[in-house]
Write a protein that binds this ligand. Structure first.
Ligand SMILES: Cc1cc2nc3c(=O)[nH]c(=O)nc-3n(C[C@H](O)[C@H](O)[C@H](O)COP(=O)(O)O)c2cc1C
Length: 306
């Protein structure tokens, strides 16, 4: 008997598709795998134009969907659905939100869903939103894997900027390659066996622990402090921009440009100070942050966790 797996994903650069392909590499013989890519009606261009990039923040943070092309699957009973997503502005990307809020997401009702995230390194709030959406869709969230860039925070900001605005992923003379490290993508094959074991045994309630045993999520507690601080500001600023109009409206341009300037100041000037104060908080509240890290690595959803 073959297991039927549906992979629903969005990826601008193909990085997430590479990750999912590696996870599935050694499962192919026992599974029939169907891939469906989420396609916005108005595609997001890559590399990005700087203004369009920052103009996406409010809709990303406030989970405002946009039209997507229809998604038609070969069947409606799958043993497992893999949902591949990425964070945009600490929130699910607009294409992923657009899918989850569309009628096509009804396919997830009652299905086991394994979420796979390909990020720079800040994915916590986005995952909380995804957990919540899956609950509302009555899906059975059974596992979560996170892939991230292991470079220091500021280095990964610089490489992601070079990648996003110039399309250059490759290393330059003073900066490493952008994105998730190649060896981490290659090593994703290790998750195939535990997933297959669970497909065979039906013990879905232990899948997440099995994935965590294989370092399926690594989370530095200091990042929780940084992300909590940033998402609060994004929530406020997104409402401030939305008061002036929708994505693409010229009427909100001055506020989007103000956000761009403040974000750049925050990242390049305040971030070293923020990181230092996050380290102090880590020393003072280590136990609490470690407990929070355990929560974020798991699938239970608690309102306002961030
Ligand atoms: C508009 C935009 C915002 C992003 N915001 C975040 C973020 O908040 N946190 C993060 O870890 N990565 C962020 N990234 C990086 C993406 O999550 C992702 O790793 C990268 O874009 C490659 O994804 P893809 O090719 O699979 O689409 C952002 C990328 C874009 C384009």
């Amino acid at each position: 008997m073959k297991y039927h797996i549906l992979v629903l994903y969005y990826s601008q650069t193909g990085q997430l598709r590479d990750i999912i392909d590696r996870i599935l590499l050694e499962m192919g013989a026992q599974c029939v795998i169907e891939f469906k890519q989420i396609e916005p009606e108005k595609p997001f261009s890559f590399p990005w134009n700087a203004y369009d990039f920052f103009d996406c923040m409010p809709e990303s943070v406030q989970l405002i969907p946009e039209p997507i092309h229809p998604i038609r699957t070969d069947r409606d009973d799958y043993d497992l659905v893999i949902l591949g997503w990425q964070p945009w502005f600490l929130s699910p990307s607009i294409p992923m939100t657009s899918f989850l809020k569309s009628s096509y997401a009804n396919i997830l009702k009652g299905k086991r869903v394994l979420t796979v995230c390909g990020s720079r390194n800040m994915w916590l709030n986005a995952h909380e939103q995804i957990k919540n959406q899956l609950l509302q869709l009555e899906a059975k969230h059974c596992g979560h894997l996170v892939f991230f860039d292991r470079n220091p925070n500021l280095t990964s900001v610089l490489t992601v900027i070079r990648w996003t605005f110039k399309g250059q992923k490759e290393a330059s003379s003073w900066l490493p390659e952008a994105g998730v490290q190649k060896n981490d993508i290659a090593a994703a094959t290790r998750f195939g066996k535990p997933i297959l074991d669970i497909l065979q045994s039906g013990q879905w309630d232990i899948l997440q622990q099995k994935l965590l045993d294989q370092q399926g999520i690594e989370l530095k507690p200091g990042l929780i402090v940084l992300e909590k601080r940033a998402i609060k500001n994004f929530r406020k600023f997104s409402m401030f921009i939305l008061e002036r109009g929708k994505r693409g409206d010229l009427s909100r341009k001055s506020r989007v440009l103000l956000f761009k300037r403040l974000l750049l100041v925050g990242v390049f000037i305040l971030s070293p100070i923020s990181q230092l104060s996050a380290k102090v908080q880590l020393v003072l509240n280590r136990r609490k942050l470690e407990e929070e890290a355990e929560y974020f690595k798991n699938l239970r959803y608690r309102e306002n966790a961030l």
